[in-house]
Every structure is written in structure tokens, then in C-alpha cells.
Ligand binder design. Structure first.
Ligand code: ADP
Ligand code: MG
Length: 339
């Protein structure tokens, strides 16, 4: 049973990005307005995510990291109209199987005192101790994948690239989340904590972009606000109350500079209803339109696709990172002509 749990966990937590995604989404689900992510040795030694959210109630301690424990899913129906990021109760349980995992948490009424909760590899609570901590929760992941030596070796080998990818993901969260202060810090062994980037809890994504990428990048951007409307295919039509997809594409893109222009570094972020995700077909559509204008540099793209939850499926992969858009070919065509 132990190794089965390990294998399943390895499908939920596949890399550094999954760790950060799961923990940050838990913080956002808990209503945090401040999220701080700290890496030691690029995440190889530890990854910590601290928030000022609700904190965890003592009645939840025992079952917190047990498989399929979630406080977020009231009934099965909710799966189709998902509002919170998490819902399967697999992240913490998986992290227990794949690292040395602990949680420090305090409810508003407990702070500045709280509890440190240690879990064993099967997610059972091993012990609690009193610690000083502000309201909110800190999740601490040490020695990721040490239980899976081959994967640990791979992670170590590619850590620079993995760390780069994780920063990209954190840029995306920091830009899309308005009114949330994001801070990312990094320390090398024996080195001091250095701030990698930080946002200020801004009310707009524009200000977030300025904090993350600088005012100069922001000044090269124009805002994007498209309303796409196209026919659904017959298959999706049967239980839909509308025969059309109505999708908003909102965000910021670099001005199409003709020929020799200002260097726009390769920064492209896509979201579905505010959730960062890779959308290769959508990315391709944008880049092709820019190419058709003879823009040599790859554009800056920050695009949030706002659409009905029945227009896509997030439950196709255990790590929930792959999003399947229904009618994606029609969407791409409509998007290209609107752009
Ligand atoms: P899920 O997010 O799918 O519910 P997780 O394994 O990610 O499952 O988390 C299990 C439970 O732990 C959550 O349902 C929530 O009750 C609690 N939890 C996890 N992280 C936090 C946090 N940062 N703040 C408050 N509660 C948390
Ligand atoms: Mg979760």
C-alpha cells in the first residue's frame, strides 16, 4: 500500500511546479491577501509557502494530509462548477509521500501562537508543537522526491531549468491575482535570503505586471479585450443551454512593432478563468498573428480566457495542469480573426 501511495502521489506532484502550484492555490483558496514563497537551494533543500489566510482549524489537524481529505467539496456536483482551485484532497497527502512535510498554522484567535504539525509519509499526523506564528498557514516541503531516488536525481540534474519554470509560474500567479501581495525569496546554501520579485497587493493586473516585469515592459503593452462568439459543435450542444460559446479574452499584449523594434522578451502567460495554464493552441494563434504582421520578436502576452465552466475540462490529468478546451479549433479561428 505504501508504494502504491507513492506512485499515485508521483502523478499529482510531478515536479517543482506542481508543488508550488498546489501550495499557492491552497493559500488563495484560504483567502490569503499575502503569499510568500521561499526557496532554499532552488527548491532542492526546501520550498515554503506562507500565507495570511484563514489558518487551519484544530478539528482539521488529524485528517488534513490524509488522502482525499478536503474541506472544499460540499457535494460531488460541485466538480462541474468548480470555484476553488483545489478539490481533491490529494496535494498534501502526496507531498507527505514525496518529501518531509510540515505545516505551521494559526487561526486569527490563536495568533501570535500557533501549531506546527508534522506528518509521516502516509499523511498521518505525527505530532504537534506550539510555535510563534502570525495568522495563516505555512507549508514546508523539504527534500522533495528523496523517497524516489531516480526522480530526485533527475530533479537535481535539471534544477536550474525547473527553477526557471517555477519562477515563470509564480510570475503568472503574481500578475493575475489582484489584491494579493506576492513575494518570492530565494537563498542558496549558507547564503542570505534574497527577494526575487514582489508585488504590492495592487488592485489591477497592469500594476502587477509593472511590479514583476518593470514599468518599461508595461509601457510597451496595450490592453486586450475581445468578445468571442461562435457556434458550439453538436456534441457539446446536447446539454448546453446555449448554442453559442461566449468567451472573453482579456489581458495585455505588446504592441505589434514592425520590423526592427524594441526587444520584447519571450514572456507569455495564459489563464482560463484566472487559473494559469498552458494553452499551446492559443499561444500558437497569438504568435501566428504577430508573425503575419512581420513582428520579428516574440510578443509579450498576458491573456485570460473568461468562459463558462462547461466549455472546458480541467479533470483530464491528475495534476490538473492540462486544460481541455471544447471546440478549440473554432475558438482558435475566431480568436485569430478578432486579433
Ligand atoms: P484540497 O485543496 O484539494 O482540498 P489539499 O490536499 O491541497 O486538498 O488540502 C487539504 C486541506 O487542507 C484543504 O481542503 C484545506 O482544508 C486545508 N489546507 C491546505 N492548505 C491550506 C492553507 N494554506 N490554508 C488553510 N487551509 C489549508
Ligand atoms: Mg489543494
Amino acid at each position: 500500500a505504501h508504494s502504491v501511495h507513492q506512485i499515485q502521489s508521483g502523478q499529482v506532484i510531478v515536479d517543482l511546479c506542481s508543488v508550488v502550484k498546489e501550495l499557492v492555490e491552497n493559500s488563495l483558496d484560504a483567502g490569503a491577501t499575502s503569499v510568500e514563497v521561499r526557496f532554499k537551494n532552488n527548491g532542492l533543500d526546501s520550498i515554503e509557502v506562507q500565507d495570511n489566510g484563514s489558518g487551519i482549524s484544530p478539528s482539521n489537524y488529524e485528517s488534513l494530509a490524509l488522502k482525499h481529505h478536503t474541506s472544499k467539496l460540499a457535494k460531488y456536483d460541485d466538480l462541474s462548477s468548480l470555484q476553488t482551485f483545489g478539490f481533491r484532497g490529494e496535494a498534501l497527502s502526496s507531498l507527505c509521500a514525496l518529501s518531509t512535510f510540515c505545516v505551521i498554522t494559526a487561526l486569527a484567535e490563536e495568533a501570535p501562537k500557533g501549531k506546527k504539525l508534522d506528518f509521516d509519509s502516509s499523511g498521518r499526523l505525527q505530532g504537534t508543537s506550539v510555535v510563534a506564528t502570525p495568522k495563516g498557514t505555512t507549508a514546508v516541503v523539504e527534500g522533495l522526491f528523496e523517497q524516489l531516488p531516480v526522480r530526485r536525481k533527475e530533479l537535481t540534474k535539471h534544477i536550474k531549468k525547473e527553477y526557471g519554470k517555477v519562477l515563470g509560474l509564480l510570475h503568472a500567479y503574481a500578475c493575475i491575482c489582484t489584491n494579493v501581495k506576492f513575494t518570492v525569496k530565494s537563498a542558496m546554501p549558507k547564503g542570505k535570503n534574497a527577494t526575487v520579485f514582489a508585488t504590492k497587493g495592487n488592485p489591477t493586473t497592469r500594476e502587477n505586471i509593472a511590479n514583476v516585469y518593470g514599468a518599461k515592459t508595461l509601457s510597451a503593452l496595450v490592453s486586450l479585450d475581445l468578445q468571442l462568439d461562435f457556434q458550439r459543435t453538436a456534441i457539446q450542444n446536447k446539454d448546453a443551454d446555449d448554442s453559442h460559446h461566449k468567451i472573453l479574452v482579456r489581458g495585455h499584449v505588446s504592441r505589434p512593432v514592425f520590423g526592427e523594434g524594441r526587444q520584447t522578451p519571450d514572456r507569455q502567460m495564459f489563464f482560463v478563468n484566472g487559473r494559469p495554464c498552458g494553452l499551446p493552441q492559443i499561444a500558437k494563434a497569438f504568435n501566428e498573428v504577430y508573425k503575419s504582421f512581420n513582428v520579428s520578436q516574440s510578443p509579450f502576452i498576458f491573456a485570460d480566457l473568461v468562459m463558462d465552466t462547461n466549455a472546458y475540462d480541467v479533470n483530464v490529468s491528475p495534476d490538473k495542469r492540462t486544460i481541455m478546451l471544447h471546440d478549440s479549433a473554432a475558438l482558435v479561428e475566431t480568436l485569430k480573426s478578432s486579433l
